[in-house]
Design a protein around this ligand. Structure first.
Ligand code: F6P
Length: 352
């Protein structure tokens, strides 16, 4: 378990945020800077993720009023970006030279699965790194939650709440598409919190016939409307609905093709019901973090800085049963954390 600083070392710590942004990144940066300052250490921030490290674009961060106030601010003051793993690996000598020139003793990499894989690789190649997991998708393994997730769920839940009233007024089915590339955590939590009548997640391929039947039954029983929450990465069972082939971008990420629109078309054809879709997209990633995310991000930041000061490298901070622990990179990036079938079954009990 991580904890207080045993060895008081004065260090120059570097940090960066990489991958998609999420609410809480600035809370981590603030916590890192303030914790380091308490031990006479300083923090440098690289801009735009790994790219800034490669190009030696850095800013000195001070424990001042500006840093104190970023707790509530969404996004990341350092900027973020994605760098192809091959470009990153090819630049290892440049990265090492830049860190040496700036007299950096330790690096805190804040990011999702891809970033943590890069951080592990860097650590395996001799750079002292500590990882901080972030993603609204909540799919990093080894930690009960990642910050950003709670905010995304709050945004999506509020949207679902609002859609209930307009759906009921117009006797419509509303389909709400939320983020979740490979996992359905946001869909599941927001769908349950918002009282959705159907939740579709990537972990459980759906049968469009069953979805239509359950919705039809609602209307037969006298209900006037229905709410379906679908994760962007949800897919139908093979052979049940043709959704075409998904293209893949340069990072190997699937490009999504309007799953909510395809479901809407089927429902309209089969049910003779008015259907509307709402794609929440990046609204789930923007804006100020919830209290939960601010606290989790702050705990991660303090513990990551303490791990550096203790020389505890090659680890990732993680929330485990309400404690912050240090886990190995392998435990964090080995597999994606998916929704367990039992949890999904609990939600299914209230479908229709
Ligand atoms: O990984 C987090 C995430 O929010 C996914 O849910 C989503 O598919 C993706 O990022 C979108 O990222 P961007 O539009 O920034 O490429």
């Amino acid at each position: 378990m991580s904890g207080a600083v045993a060895t008081i070392a004065t260090m120059r710590i570097a940090t960066l945020t990489s991958g998609g942004d999420c609410p809480g990144l600035n809370a981590v940066i603030r916590a890192v800077v303030r914790t380091a300052a308490q031990h006479g250490s300083t923090v440098v921030g690289y801009e735009d993720g790994w790219q800034g490290l490669l190009e030696d674009r850095r800013v000195q961060l001070y424990d001042d009023a500006f840093i104190d106030r970023i707790l509530r601010q969404g996004g990341t003051i350092l900027g973020t970006g994605r760098l192809h793993p091959d470009a990153f690996k090819a630049g290892i000598d440049r990265v090492k030279a830049n860190l040496a020139d700036a007299q950096i003793d330790a690096l805190i990499a804040i990011g999702g699965e891809g970033t943590l894989k890069g951080a592990k690789w860097l650590h395996d190649n001799g750079v002292p790194v500590v990882g901080v997991p972030k993603t609204i998708d909540n799919d990093v393994d080894g930690t009960d939650y990642t910050f950003g997730f709670d905010t995304a769920v709050a945004v999506a839940t509020e949207a679902i709440d609002r859609l209930h009233t307009t759906a009921e007024s117009h006797n419509r089915v509303m389909i709400v598409e939320v983020m979740g590339r490979h996992v359905g955590w946001i869909a599941l939590h927001a769908g349950m919190a918002g009282g959705a009548h159907e939740i579709l997640i990537p972990e459980a391929p759906f049968d469009i016939d069953d979805v239509c039947k359950r919705m039809a039954r609602r209307f037969q029983l006298g209900e006037k409307y229905g709410i379906i929450v679908v994760a962007e990465g949800a897919l139908p069972k093979k052979g049940t609905l043709d959704v075409g082939e998904r293209e893949v971008d340069q990072f190997g990420h699937e490009k999504f093709q309007d799953i909510s629109g395809m479901i809407a078309k089927e429902l309209e054809n089969r049910l003779d019901t008015d259907v509307r879709t709402t794609v929440l997209g990046h609204t789930q990633r923007g804006g100020t973090p919830t209290a939960f995310d601010r606290v989790l991000a702050t705990r991660f930041g303090v513990n990551a800085a303490q791990a550096c000061l203790n020389g505890d490298f090659g680890k990732v901070v993680a929330l485990q049963a309400s404690h912050i622990d240090l886990i190995s990179f392998d435990d964090a990036v080995g597999e994606l954390k998916r929704v367990p079938p039992k949890f999904y079954e609990t939600a299914q009990a209230l479908f229709g």
